[in-house]
Design a protein around this ligand. Structure first.
Ligand SMILES: [Zn+2]
Ligand SMILES: [Zn+2]
Length: 368
């Protein structure tokens, strides 16, 4: 079957819009006609070969892991969805390890095999152009294409009254930020939270902090337009960190420290700040992605006094349960995540990436 796709032919190359072929779904697979797909930094990390994808299967490749669309065809053993259903695509996992069995599938012990293998977990590939193999199965979807081949485990059936074109980022960036607040930190109404970095993940965390009833919500960033947006979305205070150390300012605002903080940047200096703003028994969630081996210096005495640093993947959420809940909140007007999105035609993928890298947009979404 033919599909239009954005192919990266070699490391760091621009996306090339091309006509390629995609396989039929195997027994446990779901072929999705993609309506729209978000762009996330992890796609660009794949393009730069910063992910643990086997080098022999790195390029040419199709990335994209925030797809949403309509089920076109399902394999013989699929029962979760049928053709015509609306789905958001998410991360995949094995379903059989101790993390998966205990409902913690973002921490699947075979996470790389199911998301960063350049191919299906069994090594077979799904995309080609004539005789040339194109690597894919990125997050078991490779949704920078008109059709994406997903697995039954990483399609999330969603209500049909929510516009499909906004749903892609639900599978990664939005549930990551929202889940870190709603599932991991769980602030009580009236709590204080400081969010370092208000890109798509931090901004989703901010919206979730409003839902949870936090009354002091401090957004820290270095881009003035983002801080302005943060204020519109419910931040009670904003701090431009390029103007100096935000720690003192946050202690002043909160009268001693923010009970919760989130590092959404991926920078050791920022993590240090996010821990330093906590009062005793405060919790810092770490969401920012860094290269393996990155170290941070923390004050051990500070940690000793009841403080917690907690790494969070995919918002500690089971996507089949959490995404429908976020959509219910959206439908009630309480989680307006659509305001984070800027749409681009699919063919303008390179322009969208450039705008994202320069901080001109929060969450670019490509529409077909
Ligand atoms: Zn697993
Ligand atoms: Zn992502």
């Amino acid at each position: 079957m033919k599909t239009k796709a954005a192919v990266v032919y070699e490391r760091s190359a621009k996306f090339t819009i091309d006509q390629i072929e995609i396989s039929e779904p195997k027994e446990n697979e779901v072929l999705v006609r993609v309506a729209a797909t978000g762009i996330c930094h992890t796609d660009l990390a794949g393009r730069e070969q910063h992910l643990p994808i086997p080098p022999a299967r790195a390029f040419p490749a199709v990335f994209g892991h925030e797809g949403a669309g309509v089920v076109e065809k399902v394999g013989g053993r699929v029962t979760k969805v049928k053709p015509g259903d609306h789905v958001a695509l998410s991360w995949n996992s094995c379903g059989a390890c101790s993390s998966c069995l205990s409902g913690n599938d973002p921490y699947c012990q075979d996470l790389f095999l199911y998301n960063f293998n350049g191919a299906r977990p069994d090594g077979t590939t799904t995309l080609r152009k004539g005789d040339q193999i194109i690597y894919g199965s990125f997050f078991s979807q490779s949704s920078f294409a008109n059709f994406a081949l997903a697995s039954e485990r990483n399609v999330v059936k969603v209500r049909k009254d929510v516009p499909l074109e906004i749903l892609g980022p639900m599978g990664c960036g939005i549930r990551t930020g929202a889940g870190a607040v709603m599932n991991t930190l769980r602030p009580s109404p009236g709590a204080s939270i400081a969010i370092f970095g208000v890109g798509p993940v931090g901004m989703s965390a901010l919206l979730a902090s409003v839902v949870c009833g936090c009354t002091t919500i401090i957004a820290v960033d270095v881009i003035p337009e983002r801080l302005k947006k943060a204020k519109e979305f419910g931040a009670t205070h904003t701090i431009n960190a390029s103007g100096g150390d935000p720690v003192t300012a946050i202690r002043d605002i909160t009268g001693g420290g923010a009970e919760f903080s989130l590092e959404c940047v991926g920078n050791p200096k920022v993590l240090r700040q996010a821990v330093d703003v906590l009062p005793r028994r405060g919790v810092c969630g770490l969401l920012g992605v860094v290269p393996p081996g990155t170290e941070v210096g923390l004050d051990m005495d500070l940690i000793m006094n009841g403080r917690t640093v907690r790494g969070v993947l995919a918002g500690d959420s089971v996507s089949d349960l959490f995404i429908p809940r976020l959509l219910d909140l959206y439908s009630q007007g309480r989680f307006p995540f659509d305001k984070l999105i800027t749409f681009y035609p699919f063919d303008d993928i390179n322009r969208a990436v450039e705008d994202m890298e320069h901080g001109r947009v929060i969450k670019p979404v490509l529409r077909f």
